[in-house]
Design a protein around this ligand. Structure first.
Ligand code: ME8
Length: 645
């Protein structure tokens, strides 16, 4: 299978920001994913350089439009490799071959009678670069730009878009994957339930001359959208390039919801008029908002990808964007959320698993991947979970559910972390009689990590490579990894040298965003009741005071989120009788991973009501310097209700 994936070509009236970076990282991730499946992929991005907006921005900067476009286009082109985005083509609408092709297409469509001269009166929004219908306005303003569109009346050329309306409706209905997610398909179909007007595709040069002249009337330039959409064809050599023949049938576009209409209505009808099949799929995502507000220059909350990269590193930025947004819905960016992902998911869950495992191989197996023996049930459970993760990950990635693909990976990471706690390799290492068992455990950890590193490649290529090298792969093996040949259990060669390098991710200080000083000795974790801030013990307590606490082993039999609370989980525990306990651990544990765990509970606290749920006890957890909580879980099965003393 082949794939041709594109991003929008971005306007050069503004510098690259988080929104542009997101779409382009999605395209790069998807492209790397399909390459990891051994498919042949071509990836295109670029810049959109004609039209009112650009001419105005150039004027404001005191530059000629082309000069101005050159400078901003360069910023986009240079921004991508820095984020480990590797497009095959970077197209500009001012490229000579693009201009030529647009003119060829206009001539063809005009000659076949699908472009005609008419007159137009309408409400024009400069921000959108298009005429808006009355229905689209919100209190008289463009909903996207909050400005009133200008009434304009002039002669112009029109594309007979209406002629293709019935065909388009049919096509969308008979190809359920044509526009995804479903909500956007429905939006388009609802728009198409009203008669479609023909599309005005020119601007008189008397009003705007920064554009491609119409080949059949030099007094007009082409409307930006008719020019811009064609980039998807010119970049692969339409009409007679070899690549065009190869890639057009497998074209998939990624956009945000702001430009749904041009992509879902103008573009397929233009292609139909040209006698070409429409693109295969259109993937539509939502907006990134900043601390809940829309990102905009006027609010001054524009997030630059370069600043993020400097503060957090490429892989954290890529991971955060892919993990935090559910493709299709809006998401909110804040410094706190990215720092928390870095500290919790990356440094704590993944980073710790990797460094703990490799450290144990170094200490207990002379730094060589050990030979496994017959697996115990818990080993097989880990291996099976890792293998099952691969196929679920593939399905989610294929359908652009990147956050769900990552959740699958993280559930194996937390299973592996629990597997370490349960199998206690450090205890096994104390007795040579256990060497074969120890080797089996270490092998299972290494092999799980290899599969985790493999599937993380499209999202965090740098980390994935670091992991693969640490696990003893050569540079060449790293570069040639793929899911088809390597996405199965048991490929780590026993005896290969494991390289324990630097930690994968530093923990960041929430205030300074700086990595926490490595040399500073770590403060001991403090035991605290989950949910209460861990204050230092004020003084010494007498044994009699301590004895007043009734500490019990509690087994969690059910766990669920508490409505409207990000922090609290409702736990049902056996100790030995059943009771409900509320714990402030929702930020650190998924409910499903808790079921079956044994924890320590303060059993004789006065009941307290939290978010409407009465808690009959408190679960103990360790709180580290950043405030992250880790439950004090028991590893050996102890009868629930046993007294802890
Ligand atoms: O529309 N959240 O260019 P553009 C998520 N030139 N994505 C965002 C975003 C946000 N807050 N803001 C921008 C154009 N984007 C035309 C496209 S294509 C033939 C011509 C991303 O510079 C998202 O991909 O306004 C959106 O669709 C695109 O930038 C708009 O970029």
């Amino acid at each position: 299978m082949s794939l041709y994936i594109t991003t929008p070509i971005y306007y050069v009236n503004a510098q690259p920001h988080l929104g542009h970076a997101y779409t382009t990282i999605v395209a790069d991730t998807y492209c790397r994913f399909r390459r990891l499946c051994k498919e042949d992929v071509r990836f295109q991005t670029g810049t959109d350089e004609h039209g009112d907006k650009i001419a105005e921005a150039a004027h404001a900067a005191g530059l000629q439009p082309k000069e101005y476009a050159d400078s901003i286009s360069k910023l986009f082109k240079e921004a991508w490799p820095v984020l480990h985005i590797q497009p095959d083509t970077f197209i500009r609408t001012t490229d000579e071959n693009h201009i030529l092709t647009v003119r060829q297409i206009l001539t063809k469509v005009h000659e076949q009678g699908d472009i005609y001269l008419g007159s137009y009166s309408g409400l024009y929004c400069r921000g959108c670069e298009r005429f808006l219908t009355e229905k689209e306005l919100l209190e008289g303003n463009c909903p996207d730009h909050q400005t009133a569109p200008q009434p304009i009346s002039e002669s112009n050329y029109f594309f007979r878009m209406s002629k293709y309306q019935d065909w388009l409706i049919d096509h969308i209905k008979s190809n359920p994957d044509f526009i995804t997610p479903e909500r956007y398909k429905n939006e388009v179909l609802s728009f198409l339930s009203e008669p479609l007007e023909d599309l005005c595709i020119s601007r008189p040069k008397s009003r705007l001359d920064w554009g491609i002249s119409l080949p059949f009337d030099d007094d007009f330039v082409t409307y930006v959208w008719f020019d811009a959409l064609i980039n998807y064809l010119t970049g692969i050599g339409y009409p007679d390039g070899k690549e065009f023949e190869h890639y057009w049938n497998v074209a998939e576009h990624i956009i945000a919801k702001d430009i749904l209409k041009p992509h879902a209505i103008y573009w397929p009808t233009m292609l139909k008029a040209l006698g070409l099949p429409p693109y295969k799929r259109l993937h539509v995502h939502g907006y990134w908002n900043i601390n809940e507000a829309k990102m905009s220059k006027s609010i001054g909350n524009v997030v630059r990808p370069e600043t993020l990269r400097q503060d957090f590193g490429v892989d954290t930025v890529r991971y955060f964007l892919m993990r935090e947004m559910s493709f299709g819905l809006d998401a909110s960016f804040s410094d706190e959320s990215i720092i928390s992902r870095q500290n919790s998911d990356l440094a704590n869950d993944l980073g710790n698993l990797f460094s703990r495992s490799l450290t144990m191989v170094t200490r207990f197996a002379k730094g060589l991947a050990p030979e496994p023996s017959e697996p115990a049930p818990e080993d097989s459970q880990l291996a099976e979970a890792a293998v099952a993760m691969i196929s679920r990950y593939r399905d989610h990635m294929q359908s652009f559910a990147f956050n769900r693909a990552l959740q699958e990976v993280w559930s194996v990471i937390s299973l592996a972390n629990r597997y370490i706690v349960a199998s206690e390799p450090w205890e096994l290492a104390k007795d040579p009689a256990n060497t074969s068992r120890l080797n089996t455990v270490l092998y299972h950890l290494i092999e799980t990590l290899r599969l985790i590193g493999l599937v993380l490649m499209p999202i965090m290529p740098g980390t994935s490579r670091k992991m693969a090298l640490g696990l003893g792969l050569t540079e060449e093996e790293c570069a040639n990894q793929n899911l088809v040949d390597h996405g199965r259990w048991g490929l780590t060669r026993s005896g290969v040298t494991i390289q324990l390098g630097d930690s994968l991710f530093p923990r960041l200080d929430k205030k300074t965003r700086q990595p926490q000083a490595a040399k500073q000795p770590k403060k001991k974790k403090e035991l605290s009741a989950a949910g209460k801030s861990g204050k230092k013990a004020a003084g010494l307590v007498s044994f009699d005071d301590f004895k007043k606490l009734d500490l019990r082993v509690a087994e969690i039999t059910a766990a669920e989120k508490i409505n409207k609370s990000d922090r609290l989980l409702k736990l049902t525990v056996m100790a030995p009788e059943e009771r409900t306990v509320v714990a402030g651990i929702a930020e650190y544990y998924q409910p499903e991973e808790l079921v079956g765990c044994q924890v320590i509970m303060v059993a004789n606290l006065k009941p307290a009501k939290l978010m409407g749920v009465t808690s009959h006890g408190m679960i103990l957890a360790a709180r580290d310097e950043e405030g992250k909580l880790t439950l004090t879980a028991l590893t050996a099965g102890v009868p629930p209700g046993s007294k802890v003393s």
